[in-house]
Design a protein around this ligand. Structure first.
Ligand SMILES: [Fe+2]
Length: 494
């Protein structure tokens, strides 16, 4: 009887994510090599440099993203489920070195040994759902972001423990829970200079989901500032932080745990979106974390925060990439791993003004063309910024292209600079590196990872951040294509 009920119930669960918008290319796109498994792991080795690297660019950029897409002849279900690999580019004395290594988790070692996908994930279905979903014996893909803390390097995923790597060897050292404080740590930690601390969130799925608010000070012990009930929320990929508050955007979605268990679905296919419910804005005081204010506004999905800051009257300003709903985002990214293109890019860079009461908000569009992976200078994190860098696709006649351009928005003068990397290129997250003793917010270099089908490999493009539209002043060429990197971080030598 119980089995009959379970079978009936599982038949009632409908697919949640539209696949109707997917368009199949007649032939593999020229960026298809980006979704090959990483061919060769290696430590730091000299890179070919085109142009002139500046003498005062000294340090290492670490970028994280998936590096395996096919295992045992089986293609992975989603870009977000590939095993994480760190690609690093090191600069000194106007020369560059590059390294690429996988994050060697226990799950990856087991899957490599058996040459099979064994774990569920974001879209990958669960073979042992009760053990993985309910008991937490899941795979940490370690494939999304990077944390640099006290000179240590960590690979991060959507919801798992940070995994420490040796910053010179890129060898894997093991999981870190910061003294037992951290159960999960998201992939977008943000350091606020004036607070000498890094903030993050940890989303924990369960019968009722919870979000931990986490503080990792520059020195001293990590703290869990608060734990908030989050209803049945599924994806909270990023958050905003100012010098006084942390702000969550909780989208109107519901994870159907039963669907994950009975239908062996990955997380994203067990999410329902309720457009009428509204996105919940949750504001937490960093100095008094028990002061939490929540309200619902219009429904939208936030993927990435560029920065947030507070005006003198207490109004909070948050710049972020905005989608109509989760399906708008997923219809774009899900087909990529199968070398197909989905819906045209359709996000915008938006600004939310959150009233000092934290009970109402207004919205405006800062950039209405396709853009993602926003970045602002780290020194301005949590306080007013006047410059935002993005990956962009401003060519409306080729809406299905990857990010072929790098953008810079000067908010003070309402000006947008663009640089087009070339037809069929794929650019990634721009990261700003200040010059020593920099005077202005954009006085420094902008580093952008780019795949170029003309060379068949990837390179790190180095711009003078004051003149992005002039194009790179140098390119450091890796010896192979490096699959899409999601997020990275810059480490200066001590
Ligand atoms: Fe992200």
């Amino acid at each position: 009887m119980l089995m009959k009920w379970i079978v009936q119930l599982s038949k009632q669960v409908k697919p949640t994510m539209s696949e109707a918008a997917v368009t199949t290319n007649e032939e593999a796109p020229r960026w298809s090599r980006l979704f090959d498994n990483i061919d060769r792991e290696h430590g730091f080795e000299s890179l070919r440099v085109e142009g002139h690297l500046p003498q005062d660019l000294i340090g290492t950029i670490y970028r994280n993203g998936p590096g395996v897409f096919t295992r045992g002849g089986v293609r992975i279900a989603h870009l977000f489920d590939g095993d994480g690999a760190i690609a690093a580019t090191r600069f000194s004395h106007a020369e560059a070195e590059g390294a690429v290594r996988f994050v060697q988790t226990r799950a990856r070692e087991r899957e490599e040994r058996k040459q099979r996908w064994l774990y569920g994930g974001y879209k990958q279905s669960f073979q042992r759902p009760i053990r993985e979903v309910l008991l937490g014996r899941s795979k940490n893909p370690a494939n999304t972001g990077v944390l640099l803390h006290q000179g240590k390097l960590f690979a991060l995923c959507e919801a798992g423990k940070p995994i420490e790597l040796h910053p010179d060897e890129l060898s894997t050292l093991g999981e870190e829970d910061f003294g037992g404080v951290i159960q999960t740590f998201n992939a977008h930690p943000k350091r606020v200079v004036s607070r000498a601390a890094t903030y993050s969130i940890g989303v924990r799925l369960g019968r009722t989901h919870q979000i931990d608010i986490l503080e990792v000070p520059d020195f001293g012990c990590a703290r869990r500032l608060a734990t908030l009930p989050a209803g049945t929320v599924g994806m909270v990929h990023d958050f905003a932080v100012t010098e006084r508050h942390l702000i969550l955007f909780i989208p109107p979605q519901r994870v159907k745990l039963l669907s994950m268990l009975l239908r062996n679905r990955g997380l994203v296919d067990a999410i329902d979106w309720d457009q009428s419910a509204g996105t919940e804005i949750v504001t937490i005081s960093l100095d008094a974390p028990d002061q939490v204010r929540r309200f619902r506004t219009e429904s939208f999905y936030m993927e990435h925060v560029a920065n947030a800051y507070e005006e003198k009257d207490g109004e909070i300003v948050i710049d972020f990439t905005r989608y109509e709903n989760l399906a708008t985002f997923e219809n774009l990214v899900q087909p990529l791993v199968h070398l197909r293109v989905g819906a045209p890019l359709s996000m915008s860079l938006s600004r939310m003004r959150l009233a000092a009461s934290c009970k109402s908000a207004t919205f405006e569009t800062l950039l209405g063309e396709s853009c993602e992976l926003p970045h602002t200078a780290n020194a301005h994190r949590g306080k007013r910024h006047n410059v935002t860098y993005l990956a962009g696709q401003p060519d409306s006649e080729r809406p299905y292209d990857a990010f072929t351009s790098t953008l810079k928005i000067d908010h003070l003068h309402n000006r947008v600079e663009r640089f087009f990397h070339g037809k069929d290129t794929a650019g990634g997250e721009p990261i700003f590196v200040p010059r020593p003793n920099a005077k202005d917010e954009d006085d420094g270099y902008l580093l952008v990872p780019v795949f170029d089908p003309k060379t068949g490999s990837s390179h790190e493009a180095i711009f003078d951040a004051r003149r992005v539209s002039d194009g790179p002043i140098a390119r450091a060429h890796h010896s192979q294509p490096i699959p899409p990197r999601f997020h990275g971080a810059w480490l200066e030598p001590v």
